[in-house]
Design a protein around this ligand. Structure first.
Ligand code: HEM
Length: 517
């Protein structure tokens, strides 16, 4: 595996003999190095118990090699970009519970069955544990000048809870969203104008994914900082492109270090350098935005628009580094997630023109053909059903990760506390046993009693639920309503998707827009 990262092989690499010998020697050496890595590694070997059988060791899965576990599969049989296909294959081969092994043969248990996913996500917990992104945790610990903790996304326990309760109340409140609504309409208008000027004579918008990320950046900054950045102008500013590229690079480098050996703890590997470079660009660019916003006179903020930023800055319960890192994390968390989700949603709508017409009819009837209102959106059940169906078919987060806090029995196996489990909500959402005609886009299934909050859970579940959920939902509703009222969406080719730590459209992706007359 990522011994291989260190050597920077192509991902679809096949192992020649001399490399196999090198690998073998490296594995032996690594056994000696193990104590060095172990000290800083976040994943720990679960405490085993003799009580119940079958145990973790008996869970089926790919061949486990000493030290590197099963990670070799991502460099021989699969590629990291197609990790989702690897998991689909594993489900088909091994069934609803599959064991992979990370470095030092630490088990990672993949769960595909609806009931077991629900059992894990519903498990009552004061401070649910989600495995941190190890490279972020490692890097942040080396920068105490910038970070007082690992941040909301990566912290655990009481520190996580303190951050969550200080950083998120404004972002998650319904009041914040309703005051933000007029501004969101105006950002959406600018996005639609950008789409109009970006399409060619045939109506094709090339690099639609880039424009969607610019929308994610503009709207998230507008909500968090309370001011417009202007990245939806015809020409993207250099800053916005740098930021969007850095966020993508940060996700990809996190993926590559996650699936590699943590040699970056000994010396800066290429993947680690990419990660640090991206993290620093994000920090510097957003810091500058925050400082500029801080220096502005109050009257230059958007009138009546709440600023999550100001409520965080005025919070006496947080260190200034926590405040800044919190704002940076919010903005960085919003750009790609929103961009990718918007691309997936509009692609699925383009494939289902009859659904677009139903939305137009619904919104026109709720608004009497006039301007969109929050009240109308509240009643737009068909539009919301389309969004729910797109989350089911093509979500940005393909699975949810947890560390078990107590021993659990899953699919007949005893898993000790401390075990890392991946709940494959996406794969389970595409199973016929969970949804009839699962491969078809049928928004109507969400108009009845259908819920499945533990399966179609694009924003996660429980206390670690995404704090951006309310904002993203409102934004997607506004965007979808306004875009389909303006254009008929058509596919401009099949959408290629890849795993970049999130599910992402392979860039560039295009969309065809035909203006309604
Ligand atoms: C379509 C867009 C988005 C998607 C699909 C998404 C998805 C997720 C998911 C699946 C989680 C993990 C939840 C869990 O483990 O149960 C998460 C966590 C998080 N998200 Fe989002 N997110 C999106 C947008 C945003 C935005 C706009 C923000 C901030 C403004 C944000 C901030 C966060 C933070 C801070 C966490 C960590 C929460 C914690 O651990 O307490 N996300 N998100």
């Amino acid at each position: 595996m990522s011994l291989l990262t260190m050597m920077q092989p192509p991902l679809e690499w096949s192992i020649p003999n001399f490399t196999a010998v090198f690998l073998f020697i490296a594995i032996l050496l690594l056994k000696e190095l193990r104590p060095i890595f172990k000290k800083t590694r976040y994943l720990t070997r679960p405490v085993t118990t003799k009580k119940k059988i079958p145990t973790v060791n008996q869970i089926p899965g790919p061949l486990q090699l000493p030290v590197i576990g099963t990670r070799w599969i991502y460099y021989t049989k699969y590629t990291l970009e197609k990790l989702h296909e690897a998991h689909k294959d594993m489900y088909r081969t091994y069934g609803p519970i599959v064991k992979e092994e990370a470095l030092w043969n630490i088990p990672i248990i993949n769960i595909f069955s609806k009931n077991e996913i629900e059992k894990i996500l519903r498990h009552p917990s004061k401070y649910p544990l989600r495995p941190p992104t190890e490279v972020t945790a490692y890097y942040r610990a080396t920068r105490p000048d910038r970070y007082a903790s690992l941040g909301l996304i990566n912290e655990q326990g009481e520190t996580w809870h303190t951050l969550r309760s200080h950083l998120t109340p404004e972002l998650t409140s319904a009041k914040t969203m309703s005051s933000f609504f007029p501004e969101l309409l105006s950002v959406t208008e600018d996005f639609i104008r950008l789409l109009q000027v970006s399409k060619d004579a045939n109506g094709i918008v090339e690099h639609f994914d880039d424009l969607a990320c610019r929308m994610g950046l503009e709207s998230t900054c507008c909500l968090i900082l309370g001011k417009r950045l202007g990245v939806l102008e015809d020409e993207a500013s250099e800053v916005s492109l740098r930021l969007a590229n850095a966020v993508k690079e940060q996700f990809c480098a996190s993926r590559d270090t996650y699936f590699g050996l943590p040699f970056y703890k000994l010396y800066p590997t290429k993947a680690y350098k990419r990660f640090v470079n991206a993290e620093e660009i994000i920090y510097d660019v957003i810091s500058e935005m925050v400082e500029n916003a801080e220096n502005l006179e109050n009257d230059t903020y958007l009138e009546d628009s709440p600023s999550v930023f100001q409520s965080i800055l005025n919070n006496p319960g947080l260190d200034i580094r926590e405040k800044k890192a919190g704002i940076i994390d919010f903005i960085a968390a919003g750009i790609k997630t929103l961009g990718n989700t918007l691309v997936f949603l509009l692609y699925l709508m383009a494939k289902n023109p009859e659904c677009q017409e139903k939305i137009v009819d619904e919104i026109d009837s709720l608004t009497s053909g006039k301007e969109l209102t929050l009240q109308a959106l509240g009643k737009a059940n068909y539009l919301k059903a389309c969004i729910a169906e797109s989350y089911r078919m093509l979500p940005t987060a393909p699975c949810l990760a947890r560390i078990l806090e107590t021993d659990m029995e899953l699919n007949g196996f005893h898993l000790p506390s401390g075990t890392v489990v991946l709940c494959h909500t996406w794969q389970a959402s595409l199973m016929e046993e969970n949804f009839q005609n699962a491969d078809q886009f049928i928004p109507e299934r969400w108009l009845g009693k259908e819920r499945m909050p533990w399966l179609v859970a694009p924003f996660g579940a429980g206390r670690r639920l995404c704090p951006g959920k309310r904002f993203v939902e409102l934004e997607l509703q506004v965007l979808l309503a306004q875009i389909v009222r303006k254009f008929k969406l058509e596919c401009a080719g099949e959408l290629e998707i890849q795993f970049e730590f999130l599910m992402a459209p392979a860039s560039p992706s295009s969309l065809k827009l035909v203006e309604r007359t």
